[in-house]
Design a binder for this molecule. Structure first.
Ligand code: F6P
Length: 491
């Protein structure tokens, strides 16, 4: 974490990047190989393919070093610029910030993932949590320092008048900090999560709630995945800051500045998915899954093992289906892929244990020598997930609350025979897919079980028709256009 004056990259006092992206997790990560050298892995996702659309090698992506190997790589590169250290980081430059591990852990685990994530997804069991004590104040200081490190790096890399797209709840303070350092920049912030309603957002200490909102209002534009989340943000600004809100024009005016709100519903990348889903590694996994499922129906879910994804109630709904409609016994298999996430947090480890436990209970209650009712994998295997998408008769996507949920958009695109989509009305994707999905209240286990039954018994032609419409809606805004739209709107 250098200081601004030492990090400036040229004599004009500014950098040279015309477009910048900032996010906690970057487009590449490192691990240490057996011989001690660094192995680089390139990630995927909407931002990576979005940024590729501008094809500008001067664009800079600023991200944090997440683990020890990342830190080693960042430290060895001049100003953390991995591209200048000879790493093949893709179509843009990458500046990886070597934030000290304790500060990073407090900001990422303590504030971003245990506090802001919980607030926006309504995850607290409120009789005991949250409790904002002295420990939280230490974490909040770290979060502020972490945001300041991003703002400093962005200020150092940005050309005069550059466009900067800051991502997510990890970086809610960065826009205002960056504006103070570089008022010439055009700054956008984008929330990939839902936004909490004001009465829940106000669980946060007052000064923290104010800092989060005024931090984002430091941007010229604040983007959201749905109108619902944009309006929730506006309501929080009105309730907490007394800001003036125009709900039609989607603007928030506070302390003499107006921030425009934008809605950009990130869609699935159809070309990529269709091509990727027919490669040999997917075919191989599809054959193995077909063998396990036999001539039975398949209910599929693919998630991070994430509290908000509601995997436990999903399993309870499946168990209820088998208990109350015994005709499905030996005629259906539930394939659940729950890949590991945020394992530093006890809540996530406990949740994963509960998921495993419940899967075992269901298999013990109903399983026979020739039928395993629930196949659970808790490791990450992207080609295997695509194989499951292709095979699914019913996809279960039942989050408690979700910014968008791309699985709901991806399954209809690659499904081989058409797939009924059981979809939580609290997922952002529901705004676009609700009409052709089977909508559920994610807390209602019996209604979810009924929806699974409706999906399993849906006539083939209806299923195919709905899948076609779902796939069209799901791919309406591909990642590259999603990114370019935000850039255009900022300019
Ligand atoms: O939804 C918000 C988000 O940051 C996504 O962009 C990402 O897929 C997810 O959370 C993963 O979080 P983490 O980086 O903590 O694994």
């Amino acid at each position: 974490m250098g200081d601004l004056t030492t990090e400036r990259s040229n004599s004009t006092g500014t950098g040279t990047a015309p477009v910048l992206v900032a996010s906690n997790r970057g487009p590449v990560s490192f691990s240490t190989a057996e011989d001690g050298t660094l192995d680089l892995r390139r990630g995927g996702g909407g931002l990576v393919s979005g940024l590729s659309a501008i094809g500008d090698p001067d664009a800079v992506w600023v991200c944090a070093a997440l683990g020890d190997a990342d830190r080693r790589a960042a430290r060895a590169a001049p100003d953390g610029r991995l591209d200048r250290a000879g790493h093949d980081v893709g179509g843009q430059a990458v500046r990886m910030l070597d934030i000290d591990p304790e500060t990073f852990a407090r900001a990422y685990n303590g504030v971003a993932n245990s506090t802001l994530w919980f607030v926006h997804h309504l995850l607290y069991a409120t009789p005991t949590a949250p409790a904002f004590d002295a420990g939280f104040r230490t974490e909040w200081q770290a979060y502020t320092a972490y945001n300041a490190a991003f703002a400093e790096a962005l200020a150092a890399e940005a050309a005069p008048g550059a466009a900067v797209l800051v991502q997510d709840y990890h970086l809610s303070l960065a826009p205002a900090l960056l504006r103070a350092a570089r008022p010439d920049l055009r700054i956008g912030h984008f929330s990939h999560t839902p936004w909490a309603p004001p009465e829940y957002f106000r669980l946060l200490p007052d000064d923290v709630a104010e800092a989060v909102l005024t931090g984002i209002l430091g941007a010229d534009r604040a983007g959201f995945l749905t109108r619902r989340w944009a309006l929730a943000f506006a309501e929080c600004c009105a309730a907490v800051l007394g800001a003036e809100v125009d709900r039609e024009a989607l603007t928030v005016t506070h302390a003499g500045r107006t921030t425009r709100l934008g809605v950009h519903g990130l869609g699935a990348d159809a070309d990529f998915l269709r091509e990727r889903a027919h490669r040999p590694d997917v075919e191989e996994r599809l054959a193995a899954l077909r063998e396990a499922v036999g001539d039975r129906r398949a209910v599929v879910r693919v998630d991070r093992t994430e509290l908000s994804k509601n995997i436990v109630r999903g399993f309870q709904a499946y168990r209820h289906l088998l208990r109350t409609r015994p005709e499905w016994q030996d005629r259906v298999v539930h394939i659940a892929f729950a890949y590991p996430s945020r394992t530093d947090l006890a809540e996530y480890r406990d949740y994963t244990a509960r998921v495993r436990e419940l899967a075992a209970e269901i298999n013990t209650e109903f399983g026979t020598d020739s039928w395993q009712p629930l196949i659970l994998h808790v490791d990450d295997d992207f080609p295997r997930s695509l194989a499951a998408y292709r095979l699914a008769d019913v996809a279960l996507v039942n989050p408690i609350r979700d910014g968008m949920n791309l699985v709901a958009k991806e399954v209809p695109v690659v499904s081989d025979r058409g797939c009924a989509l059981v979809l939580s009305r609290e997922a952002g994707a529901h705004a676009e897919l609700g009409e052709d999905a089977l909508s559920v209240n994610p807390y209602d286990v019996i209604a979810t079980s009924d929806a699974l039954h409706a999906g399993l018994t849906m006539a083939a032609d209806e299923r195919a028709d709905r899948t076609k419409r779902l796939a069209a809606a799901a791919t309406a805004l591909p990642p590259q256009q999603w990114f370019l739209d935000q850039l255009d709107a900022l300019r």
